[in-house]
Write a protein that binds this ligand. Structure first.
Ligand code: SF4
Length: 367
């Protein structure tokens, strides 16, 4: 199902960004007749908003501001679980794609979606950090607090990020998306270190649990177009859901992927089974009453998140890994937020050394 993601009721603009070029560009592309207001103090403004739990409600109101705090942050990972050394930059806070399992529901409750307009500040800070450590490999992405491309039509940030990261070969920069909003990216050939990551899942899950995202096939068509421009593709089987006939369902997904692109086009593949915090469970029950993702047995893990029993997780990973390896033994596959025991049993190795993991990723895009 598609909705108009740019049909805002209210647009709030931090006064100091009123004439900023990105503010002006975004405003010029928004259709309809939203009410536009200017605000002085963003923190006070956000505190004054009513609390909302519905992502759909939140996405009707847009706030254009800069984002405070650390610009390039290590992905928080999960206690007692292996981390893959990912760094995140927050361009957007909030996401209209309506995935029932979205973790953002458990901690965002302000009634606005934020677009960070101050990307000069991001580039300034990132340049300082990555040039201070030229031998370190940085894997960086923007998809932590919202889909990386869902607002790209308004912002055109993808073009600016591609231009920026083209200068820093010790960085691997990834856009993570469930959309096919790649028109801006297609204007450029890949400079070599830009990866477009697509989340993939059986169509049944896309239809029931990713209701406003593009279909699986639309994402694959987009991936194929990107490959023609020399971009590398990442695939995220996350969350893998323990559906009926999961063996065949995931085998079909993998077969379909490699009917559009080749294993050589793939930089890396992450796998993660569905997990939730108690708060996310409440939110799924509140926002997505038709979803069946909680209809299973789960166990509380060391990081206080609930996951399928280890035996089930191992079975799901084994199915996906075996099918992937049938297409190529060279695919770089890693697990997201999993215990060392599950890593070792599923993949046969433990990536304990930070430098080794980074090198694996760097080499993966040279294939
Ligand atoms: S695309 Fe990602 S951020 Fe957006 S709703 Fe889905 S899970 Fe959440």
């Amino acid at each position: 199902m598609q909705i108009n993601f740019y049909d805002f009721q209210n647009i709030y603009i931090e006064e100091k960004f009123r004439v900023h070029k990105n503010t002006q560009k975004i405003l010029s592309k928004i259709e309809g007749n939203p009410k536009v207001s200017y605000i002085e103090d963003v923190n006070d403004f956000i505190k004054s908003l009513p609390v909302v739990y519905s992502p759909e409600e939140r996405s009707k109101n847009l706030l254009l501001t800069g984002i405070r705090g650390e610009i390039l942050r290590r992905c928080p990972g999960s206690s007692g679980h292996i981390c893959c050394n990912y760094y995140v930059i927050n361009l957007y806070v909030g996401c209209p794609l309506g995935c029932s399992y979205c973790i953002l529901q458990s901690y965002l409750n302000q009634n606005v979606t934020i677009i960070n307009v101050d990307i000069e500040n991001i580039f300034y800070e990132v340049e300082k950090i990555v040039t201070e450590n030229p031998d370190k490999i940085y894997r960086i992405g923007t998809g932590e607090l919202g889909d990386s491309l869902v607002y790209d039509y308004l912002t055109e940030y993808s073009l600016e990020f591609i231009n920026f990261f083209a200068n820093f070969k010790n960085c691997l920069f990834e856009f993570k998306t469930k959309t096919n909003f790649i028109d801006n990216i297609l204007q450029k050939e890949s400079p070599g270190n830009i990866i477009i990551g697509f989340s993939v899942n059986p169509e049944l899950i896309v239809k029931n649990d990713e209701v406003f995202a593009n279909t699986f096939e639309e994402r694959l068509i987009a991936a194929k177009k990107l490959v023609e421009k020399n971009y590398k593709i990442a695939l995220h089987f996350d969350p893998i859901i323990n559906i009926k006939d999961s063996t065949n369902e995931y085998a079909y997904v993998i077969e379909k992927i490699f009917s559009y692109i080749s294993p050589n086009d793939v930089a890396w593949i992450s796998l993660g089974t569905f997990r939730y915090t108690p708060n996310l469970k409440n939110m799924v029950e509140y926002n997505y009453q038709g979803s069946k993702i909680l209809f299973d047995e789960f166990v509380e893990c060391r990081d206080k998140k609930f996951r399928y029993f280890k035996k089930i997780r191992l079975k799901l990973y084994e199915q996906v890994v075996t099918n992937l390896k049938n297409f190529s033994k060279d695919l770089l596959i890693y697990l997201c937020m999993e215990s060392p025991a599950v890593w070792e049993e599923s993949l046969g190795f433990l990536p304990y050394e930070e430098k080794k993991i980074d090198l694996l990723f760097k080499n993966a895009i040279k294939r």
